[in-house]
Design a protein around this ligand. Structure first.
Ligand code: GDP
Length: 533
């Protein structure tokens, strides 16, 4: 993967990157799976075999060791796992503690998603919302049905739910022997082998995996083995086999059954990422032209975070490399302003620690410090100009009026609200009726409001009070419809500060339906991830 100068070729490096995120509902096991992936990859890398007994309690120090060993590095935005000759970049979607628009934006920076389901619960609300984003971007999705070591639902029933509710055709790569809760092992549908899985004594992290022949399996797992084989015949008969083309187009999903906690099926998930997940491909710019991965550097800002390090009071922009080789010190162009942007302070951020990063390739994430000019959705480039399409903002479902507790600190209030708006912590909506002093904050998840309150008080020194409004639905409207909507009961029109878009707010779907029925011809378009009317 080196050219004549000894430098790695951009095309070769891009081809071995897999950049993905895990989408799931809180408690489905995302943190557990992340740890399992990292630990598993490390165990393989270091020992060349599946060994080790790192318990959960040791995980924190394992992270640090992993960072030091440089095989795996953790940033607050991305986890890098070296596995099977590939670099797996797992982008963190913030968990339930701060579920917000942030989570959605991360999905703009990945090439693939793992949809993680709890075997007892199937598709849950938050997974569905996040899946909507994947669907809108046609992101390929690999499904991992987790917690198979616990009582759960029938595998065929779960597949049926995926197909019926979200229209993704499931193609299982492995098949469980034994029902959820009485789990015996996994059959690899493509290679045909059967591996019996047992927890290691004492509840250690790694499972004992014993390959068995069909004869041995029949003897060991009798009826469960027979039933699994009958189900497999059924799957083959209905043609539920891996279909790479439709997977890459976001129409079918390879499914793996397993359990992250005792490490069942985790190795197969890593292999699946390496073998099936797509490497970075030529992204399209705002004009619809392709930027080849080996074209000069271009990158997309997908996350901006201020004051990560309280001692430094800085602003960090996380950039996904889209094309070319990134080399620290390059002077790039900021597409939005046309101004140069020096990258002397490019870093990988390891938890609280930071480390300078020197080179990065398509699919990698770099952190740019003191990036005051950069906004989410911005493009940086070298060479010929390129600008990627903006990252869409998502349909807010929670609304609250913000006011400064101390009206004497209005300047700080205004500065803070503007800053949080530009960072995308919340969307800020205004109207002439409500006035500048009482903007409406709009969020995808209510916890975004807690972040705003905290930061307004501690960072901008202007404590605020928030009064929740009784709306739960936003639709895009236009200047013709706005005055008609404004006089209807149970509706309100506000302007989004950042882009001037007019949004009509409604209490619920029922209200929206009535307004529609009684006022045909009004412009009311759904925003992304808004669901059906
Ligand atoms: P997150 O909220 O999605 O990050 O979920 P966590 O990783 O924190 O897991 C939620 C709970 O489920 C924890 O108590 C985990 O120990 C448990 N859990 C996760 N994966 C498994 C699994 O494969 N089997 C079992 N039995 N429990 C699991």
């Amino acid at each position: 993967m080196s050219d004549a100068d000894g430098a790695a070729s951009v095309g070769g490096e891009a081809a071995r990157r897999r950049t993905f995120a895990v989408i799931s509902h809180p408690d489905a096991g995302k943190s557990t799976l992340t740890e399992a992936l990292a630990l598993h990859a490390r165990a393989i890398t270091q020992a060349g075999a599946v060994h080790g007994k790192a318990g959960r309690s040791g995980v924190t120090s394992d992270w640090m060791e992993m960072e030091q060993s440089r095989g795996i590095s953790i940033t607050s935005a991305a986890l890098r796992i070296d596995y099977g000759g590939c670099v797996l970049n797992l982008l963190d979607t913030p968990g339930h503690a701060d579920f917000s628009e942030d989570t959605y934006r991360v999905l703009a920076a990945v090439d693939c998603a793992i949809m993680l389901l709890d075997s007892a619960k199937g598709l849950e609300a938050q997974t569905l919302k996040l899946f909507d984003v994947c669907r809108s971007r046609r992101t390929p999705v690999i499904t991992f049905v987790n917690k198979w070591d616990r009582p759960g639902r029938e595998p065929l029933e779960l597949l049926d739910e995926i197909e019926q509710r979200i229209g993704l055709r499931p193609t299982p790569l492995n098949w469980p022997v034994g029902i959820a809760g009485d789990f015996r092992g996994l059959i690899d549908r493509r290679e045909g082998g059967y591996v019996k899985q047992r927890r290691t004594p004492g509840g250690a992290h790694r499972a004992v995996e014993t390959p068995l022949t069909p004869e041995e399996a029949l003897e060991a797992d009798g009826p469960a083995w027979v039933q699994a084989n009958e189900e497999l015949d059924l799957l083959t008969a209905i043609g539920a086999d891996l279909d790479l083309k439709s997977f890459l187009e976001g129409e079918s999903t390879p499914v793996l059954f397993g359990a992250a906690l005792p490490n069942f099926g985790v190795a197969q998930l890593l292999r699946t990422l390496v073998e099936l997940a797509p490497p970075p491909s030529a992204p399209h710019d705002a004009a619809g032209r392709e930027r080849a991965v080996d074209a000069p550097f271009s990158g997309l800002v997908f996350k901006v975070q201020a004051n990560m390090d309280r001692a430094h009071r800085d602003r960090v922009a996380f950039v996904r490399v889209c094309s070319g080789r990134f080399e620290r010190g390059m002077v790039l162009t900021h597409a939005a302003t046309g101004r140069p942007f020096a990258t002397k302070y490019a870093q990988a951020v390891f938890g609280r620690e930071r480390e300078t990063i020197d080179t990065a390739y398509p699919g990698d994430v770099i952190a740019l410090v003191n990036a005051t000019a950069l906004r989410v959705g911005d493009t940086l480039f070298d060479g010929p100009k390129v600008e990627f399409p903006p990252i869409p903002s998502f349909a807010p479902e929670h609304f609250a009026v913000a006011r400064a507790v101390d009206s004497g600190r209005y300047k700080q209030f205004q500065r803070g609200i503007e800053q949080l708006d530009t960072e995308g912590v919340v969307q800020v909506l205004t109207s002439d009726v409500r006035g500048e002093q009482a903007p409406v904050l709009a969020a995808v998840g209510p916890l975004q409001f807690d972040v705003v309150k905290h930061r307004m008080e501690h960072e901008f020194r202007s404590p605020i009070e928030l009064n929740t409004l009784g709306y739960s639905l936003a639709r895009r409207t236009d200047a013709d419809s706005a005055p008609k909507l404004a006089v209807l009961p149970g509706a309100e029109v506000l302007r989004r500060r950042l882009d001037g878009e007019l949004l009509a707010l409604f209490s619920d779907r029922w209200r929206l339906r009535v307004v529609r029925r009684e006022n045909p011809g009004l412009t009311l378009e759904p925003l992304l991830a808004a669901g059906d009317d």
